[in-house]
Design a protein around this ligand. Structure first.
Ligand code: C5P
Length: 324
């Protein structure tokens, strides 16, 4: 009897010491090369036509199995760590459908600016879907994952495979596009956030003077032409955002001035302004001129398929299972 007790104690100790299975993946941000609003839809949404493009700027999302509950940690203090966080909601959504997900610890290392128009919250949620799928061998496949993503938010489906895609409806109906030529980017995040809902609501109060040229942009991506893509870019939400924050228009002009190559376009519903370049050198030059203490300035570039394929940077499993 005593021997049995010892065996049990040993087993419990060993189980405690054994590493809990976990995965870590890069959650990439997105920008919009074009964004047009076609009209209003039922449910308060707007019908869009937008070219999403993933960029090489990412949060790190780690998921570790736990016995119960959903626990969220983040190195940025301003983020909510409960049900208001989209990453938390993603875990809950899968947990409801898959009891095998007993509990989960999610850790986010935040590098993507928050409330910036770069889909930082959406991409963390997409990463949770992908990570849990891997960790618990759910084998959901692209279609099922997209359905879950759509329930979380308009940008989440793109964030599952953030290369290049044409988004329609709320942005959730996706059609893959060629990635086009590599571009260097300078992202300038003003020291305030903008509410997506407010930007869309305010759109009916402003006049849209310039719309992006979607067919021109599609052709440019197909041909890998940087110049033609630049000429076709645009975001109608700028009209709304600039009316609410007139400083943004000024900053856009200032940004386009000094180095003078590609255009400056607001990312999504803003307020991040993105300057496009075909060379790293010019991008670095602008980033240096706009660096702190002015605002957050990040140098980035468009995401490649190879980089996306390597987004799982840790898959640590136990009980003889191994991830790829
Ligand atoms: O889908 P998501 O939660 O990201 O959208 C946030 C808000 O942005 C919505 O509540 C809506 O007011 C607005 N929106 C919109 N049309 C879209 C996407 C978002 O009006 N296509």
């Amino acid at each position: 009897e005593y021997a049995a007790l010892l065996r049990r104690r040993k087993a419990i100790t060993e189980r405690k010491e054994a590493p809990m299975p976990k995965v870590t993946l890069k959650a990439f941000a997105k920008i919009n090369l074009t964004l047009d609003v076609l009209g209003e839809m039922a449910g308060g949404y707007h019908s869009l036509e937008t070219i999403f493009r993933g960029i090489h700027l990412y949060d790190l999302v780690t998921m570790e199995k736990k016995d119960r509950g959903i626990h969220l940690e983040c190195d940025k203090e301003e983020l909510p760590l409960g049900p208001e966080n989209l990453a938390w909601q993603a875990a809950e959504l899968l947990q409801k459908d898959f009891p095998v997900i007993g509990g989960i610890n999610i850790k986010i290392v935040k590098r993507i600016p928050v409330a910036a128009g770069l889909a930082g919250g959406s991409t963390d949620a997409a990463a949770v879907l992908l990570g849990l799928d891997r960790l618990f061998h759910l084998q959901l496949g692209r279609q099922k994952l997209s359905e879950y993503a759509e329930r979380l938010g308009s940008d989440v489906p793109f964030c599952l495979y953030p290369l290049a895609a044409l988004g329609r409806s709320r942005g959730e109906l996706l059609e893959e596009l060629p990635e086009g030529s590599e571009m260097w980017l300078v992202l300038v995040k003003p020291p305030f956030g903008l509410s997506t809902g407010e930007i869309f609501d305010h759109l009916s109060q402003v006049e849209i003077s310039r719309r992006p040229d979607l067919s021109g942009a599609l052709k440019a991506l197909e041909e890998g032409s940087f110049g033609e893509l630049c000429a076709a870019m645009g975001n109608v939400l700028e009209a709304s955002a600039f009316d609410l924050q007139p400083k943004l228009a000024e900053w856009k002009r200032d940004l386009a001035g000094p180095v003078g190559t590609g255009p400056v376009v607001m990312a999504g519903s803003g307020p991040t302004l993105v300057a496009f370049f075909d060379s790293e050198e010019k991008a670095r030059q602008l980033a240096a001129q706009w660096g702190q203490p002015r605002w957050d300035v990040l140098l980035s570039k468009t995401l490649t398929r190879q980089e996306l394929e390597k987004r799982f940077i840790l898959t640590e499993e136990t009980e003889g299972e191994r991830g790829e």
